[in-house]
Design a protein around this ligand. Structure first.
Ligand code: FEO
Length: 393
């Protein structure tokens, strides 16, 4: 694939990682892209690098447009290595280039790489750098996704180079959202938010407010993963979704997540589902033996009720449940109402570990429910009463 002009003299020079199946614990069945942009102005500017193993392709794409000796600036919006992995190679090819980043970005680059001889122009929110006919304005967006994260706004093109923000782990032959099925792209954007940015809703809300305060007029959002949002309608749609996801609201939905060894916890999950359906509550049920944690987390974005079921194994949480609870705790969903349930054979009490996580996350809860071996019909009736208590909260 050649470099693609996305605005006059602004080129996509990124790479598509079709075979990526996993991104630090996030299952990515549709691969990903590491987008990088080259701005051909008086001071030629490269924005963001790519993962180290795709460096050759990235460099060839840049070379198809310009000799590296002509590059004046390399903007590092974020130092996580999917975007900075080949920055050392870039800097070897363009030692004259100055890196534009923020203080946290410089510190992170120095912590990752041998940065001897690199020169910096450090920026913060509200700062701008003229590159000729264009002005680059910067907005630091700490924790979207790391402390060093920032976005670059190309004022004359009304173009926001948003790095991780508004991205999707989605490789396809299209480069623009308008050339792909919109709902598919939005589903990838939702999954990306749920699995990458979920813990940082407050920071996302702040960034959206800052963009408003700075009066950024955005006609195109070009993230560093996935497809580019172009036109006011698409830009408005993804900004609206980020407002919705960041505020931690919900749609009154319930999500049941469980695993089962001999059917006991599965029977309880099914009983809970019946109660929720009878109450008219939209519900989804995920068995961790067939669903990956990344798929499950998407449903946490708009869920009010969370019910996690565990089959005790060797007096411990079942490994897939333990793994899910750890992953979910790190993503720290807010404002949930929760019940822990499960079965045991030898010793009760393991579901209290799930309850403890709920409490750490500040969720409302009802008392956990456990049964020895197989729950008979009278036990299932008692369990249903517990689920009814939950939905009264
Ligand atoms: Fe796409 Fe936080 O890196």
């Amino acid at each position: 694939m050649n470099a693609v002009e996305i605005k006059k003299d602004v080129y996509w020079v990124g790479v598509k990682d079709w075979n990526l199946k996993e991104f630090h614990g996030y299952t990515t069945p549709s691969g990903s892209t590491y987008n990088s942009y080259l701005i051909m102005d008086d001071k030629i500017t490269l924005v963001d690098g790519v993962k180290h193993y795709m460096s050759a392709e990235h460099i060839a794409r840049i070379k198809s447009l310009v000799d590296f000796s002509k590059i004046s600036y390399v903007v590092v919006n974020h130092v996580e290595m999917d975007h900075s992995g080949n920055i050392p190679e870039i800097m070897k090819l363009a030692p004259q280039a100055k890196i534009i980043t923020n203080t946290a970005g410089k510190q992170a680059l120095e912590a990752h790489f041998d940065t001897t001889g690199w020169e910096y122009e450090l920026v913060k929110t509200g700062d701008s750098v003229s590159i000729g006919r264009r002005t680059l304005a910067f907005m630091t967006t700490p924790m979207l996704h790391w402390p060093d994260s920032m976005m670059t706004y190309v004022k004359e093109d009304k173009l926001l180079l948003s790095n991780d923000g508004f991205g999707q782990h989605f490789a396809c032959d299209a480069l623009f959202v308008k050339d792909a099925p919109f709902d598919v792209v939005m589903d990838h954007a939702k999954s990306y938010y749920a699995n990458i940015l979920f813990p940082f809703g407050a920071q996302a809300e702040k960034a959206l407010k800052t963009a408003g305060d700075l009066g950024l007029d955005i006609e195109m959002i070009a993230p560093s993963h996935g497809l580019i949002w172009s036109g006011k309608e698409e830009v408005g749609a993804i900004l609206g979704k980020y407002c919705e996801w960041a505020c931690g609201g919900n749609k009154g939905k319930a999500v049941i997540v469980y695993d089962s060894m001999w059917g006991a916890t599965a029977a309880m999950a099914e009983a809970a589902m019946g109660v929720l359906q009878d109450a008219g509550i939209p519900v989804v049920k995920h068995c961790l033996s067939v669903k990956n944690v990344s798929e499950v987390m998407v449903d946490f974005l708009d869920a009010k009720y969370v019910l996690i079921g565990n089959p005790t194994l060797n007096n411990q949480l079942f490994p897939r449940v333990a793994g899910f609870v750890t992953y979910m705790k790190g993503l720290a969903p807010r404002n949930k109402v929760a019940l822990a349930f499960g079965s045991y054979g030898w010793r009760p009490g393991v579901v209290k570990q799930i309850q403890a996580v709920y409490e750490e996350l500040g969720w409302q809860t009802v008392e956990p429910f456990e049964e020895k071996y197989t729950p008979k019909s009278d036990v299932l009736e008692k369990f249903k009463e517990r689920v009814k208590e939950l939905i009264k909260l």
